[in-house]
Ligand binder design. Sequence first.
Ligand SMILES: C[S@@+](CC[C@H](N)C(=O)[O-])C[C@H]1O[C@@H](n2cnc3c(N)ncnc32)[C@H](O)[C@@H]1O
Length: 294
Amino acid sequence: MSNFSKYFSNNFERLGLRKLVGACYRSTDVDLFSRHDSEQGLVWRYTGDKDGNKKPDRDEIERRLLEGDGDFRSRECVAHLNRTDIVVTNPPFSLFREYVAQLVEHGKKFLILGPMNAVTYKEIFSLVKGNELWLGHKSMGKDMLFDVPDHFARELVATKKEGSGYRIIDNVVKARSSAIWFTNLTHRKRNDTIDLWAKYSKKEYPKYDNYDAIEVGRVDSIPMDYAGVMGVPITFLDKYNPEQFEILASDYEIRQGLMPEIVKKGWGGKTDRAYLDGKRMFSRILIQNRELQQ
Ligand SMILES: C[S@@+](CC[C@H](N)C(=O)[O-])C[C@H]1O[C@@H](n2cnc3c(N)ncnc32)[C@H](O)[C@@H]1O
């Protein structure tokens, strides 16, 4: 059933893959190749087209039941993980932190989907800051849209709001998700730098009430000539190039006491967020321009 499985097996030769291994968690769904309705997990392996029809046929796919349910933390799944080079999947979002921690612990390359707000999770943000994980190619502000079966499209229209649950593009209902890609694979956008054109002025870039840092409300107006600490929206991560900027901290980390030197004394001691003229700001990331750092 997984479109990841379909995509990689159908494009096996084109992508130059050596081996494709899929793990299936106690699925009671009909999977791509058989009806698998056991509490046990299943693992399958494909090593490419053998009969020359350029398709992954049933008998070209080796399948084996796992002893357990296929939990990604189980000994047998970890053994499979250890034999892989790159993991591509859509893991259970409720276990996202744990899933990522396991990939990092085992030194895997990965491209996985996750909830957009995961960038603010303490564990995930610290990986972003340490350049061990970054966002994929799709921008945070751009919808991730999916083709869905007709019955599901009807259900979406009946029960969800257009713009949040779905969008209609050329009369076709597309399911909408606020998921984004998380990866540690390099991609073109990762090496792009943000074009800086704005000039710093005290008036346009005021300092926060509680942090010794200036507010930059839009990523495309980061001043080119400000060497100090700047607060930017989370969408900065879309364009973050670690050669250009250093990420110093998130709001959360400041609250935890990471950068006491930027917290202004005598302002009521509030560090839950940045404040500007008494107004609590949306979540901010504190950054500094590397080229201007002494
Ligand atoms: C968002 S779905 C993605 C499914 C699949 N990657 C695909 O592309 O179709 C998350 C999947 O994680 C599975 N899952 C939930 N808990 C799990 C666990 N502890 N270990 C492994 N898989 C789990 C669910 O059964 C579900 O199929």
